[in-house]
Design a protein around this ligand. Structure first.
Ligand SMILES: CC(C)(COP(=O)(O)OP(=O)(O)OC[C@H]1O[C@@H](n2cnc3c(N)ncnc32)[C@H](O)[C@@H]1OP(=O)(O)O)[C@@H](O)C(=O)NCCC(=O)NCCS
Length: 142
């Protein structure tokens, strides 16, 4: 398994993983957001690949000034091909993201997980993440 930066050639494979995880077609806004992570300065993305097959992906962003810290690294989305889950792909991708953040001088790394998403919570807790002192607020104006 190889870890490397995501390129435009990986987009179809990443969309396919997201389709399998969601069990529906990822929307146009999601695809745009994904494409915006290719080759960006603040936004980046990495894939785990084996013999040309994208096994997993991680989308990250370095934000300035968030939460009183100088720079904060955000893990925005992570996904592993369902038929490869439980094989260490996800933890390798988080490791790659942490290396990327360290190289950018970022000490604080955050992610947001649905409170009832037991799988993702267990995954991140296993990698040393814990509750932050912040809570997300939401307003639906629709
Ligand atoms: C969560 C996810 C990224 C984990 O990737 P993975 O490659 O399956 O995880 P790993 O094999 O690297 O597991 C690392 C550790 O996390 C924990 N873990 C992983 N998946 C878990 C699960 N489903 N339940 C509980 N713990 C889990 C395990 O304790 C594992 O530790 P171990 O190696 O000591 O057993 C992957 O399962 C996934 O993509 N899930 C769907 C994500 C999703 O719902 N996305 C939509 C919203 S963004």
């Amino acid at each position: 398994m190889k870890l490397r930066q995501m390129t435009n050639e990986d987009l179809a494979g990443v969309v396919e993983i997201q389709r399998q995880i969601l069990r529906r077609e990822p929307g146009e806004a999601w695809r745009r957001m994904l494409a915006n992570h290719v080759g960006g300065a603040e936004r980046s993305a990495f894939v785990a690949e084996d013999d040309g097959l994208v096994l997993g992906f991680i989308l990250v962003e370095v934000k300035a000034g968030g939460f009183g810290a100088e720079l904060t690294g955000w893990i925005e989305v992570i996904g592993v091909r369902p038929d490869h889950m439980g094989g260490g792909v996800g933890s390798a991708l988080v490791g790659q993201a942490l290396e990327h953040f360290a190289a950018a001088g970022v000490a604080d790394v955050c992610t947001a997980v649905r409170w009832d998403s037991g799988d993702l919570l267990a995954f991140f807790k296993n990698l040393g993440f814990d509750r932050s002192p912040f809570i997300n607020l939401q307003k639906n104006s629709g």
